[in-house]
Design a protein around this ligand. Sequence first.
Ligand code: C5P
Length: 434
Amino acid sequence: MASLTVRQLDERIKKRLRLRAARNGRSVEDEVRTILRAAGEESGAEAPQPISPPAPQTGRRAEATPAHDVKRVLLIVGGGIAAYKSLDLIRRLKERGIAVRCILTKAAEHFVTPLSAGAIVGERVFTDLFDPAGEFDIGHIRLAREADLIVVAPATADLMAKMAGGHADDLATAVLLATTAKILLAPAMKLGRMAEPLEIAAAVERLLSASTQQTLAGRRVLITSGPTHEPIDPVRYIANRSSGKQGHAIAAAASAAGADVVLVSGPVNLPDPPGVTIVHVETARDMLRAAERALPADVAIFAAAVADWRVANAGAQKIKKKAGQTTPDLSLVENPDILATIAHRKSQRPKLVIGFAAETENVAANAKEKLARKGCDWILANDVSPQTGIMGGNRNTIQLVTPAGIEPWPPQSKDDVAAMLIARIADELDGDKA
Ligand code: C5P
């Protein structure tokens, strides 16, 4: 097959392709292949469909996906007020070309009926472990086996407790016990509070693509994340409001894409992302040491909010407050710039060095200046003014600044920013190979 030269497309199409590829967790080249394959199959023989091929929906257009690429989700709806959102979730999944089967627990039937769920799924829904028809034509083992991912939404406390205890006294719990597929839980307790269907659909897409798209396999990625703590004395320190959510999300996305990830993290209240080598540090100087030790790397992403200054005369003992005495005189010295140090290395400079620019004004202009000053290849610029809620929040709005120009990304969750960045990196590294 002839190779694809995406660079010859005009910028507008390339941008749309990149967005679409990122949404689907693929590299741009893979996205083009998928489109071409779908177009080929549309014009050729009708492909056999495994289970409930997704019906075309209004709103976001369902993409034509070849039958063998159709991902299958088994949605288990638990009994809670939030069950009404599961109908919208089915619609959102089908819009994305995902085939959906649905199980309603007995309690769920108090909130949604098999008829309404079945109408949206486009086939019968399953409710009973001992349904003779169900066991004859499908059976709970097949339901468990024929899913790439199981989603429990809403996952009630009762359902989660049964899972934890290994119960299997109804269809939902029997399937959950039997499956070897990944299970995504969307917990909800009382009052219908559950993640929104769109957020769950995005998590489903990520999990489904993570299981197949190893776009960074064989690549080593260094990531810094979180704040640094600069001691004043053994009990006090200077810090900032960084949560580490963006850096950790990037580490998780890189790991899911098959990269060998070293995450150097300042103090955060986040679990270590699965599958990464994590180095916990406190100060900027420790972070620099750990980052240098992690080299060589193909890509380095500096998402940490490193303190610019540290206290020159940090006390070895706790500084005492004494009546009548003047306040302590803290003098500050500049911390090493980790990003600039690594970007300017003569040896072992990663192929792609990526920084962040957290600004409160003139975001793009400052980021362009920073790109040159720090010697990095890309900068992800974001506005962290308090009214944006970005610092510590779950969403982010990025402008990607490269020597070629500025690319505004849509407002999205930090997880989606991470997925988009990883897709973009994979694309860039693939381009290098060509
Ligand atoms: O200069 P400024 O702090 O705005 O630069 C932000 C970028 O530089 C981020 O990518 C951050 O992780 C990195 N940085 C660093 N070491 C520092 C300061 C910033 O790696 N001491």
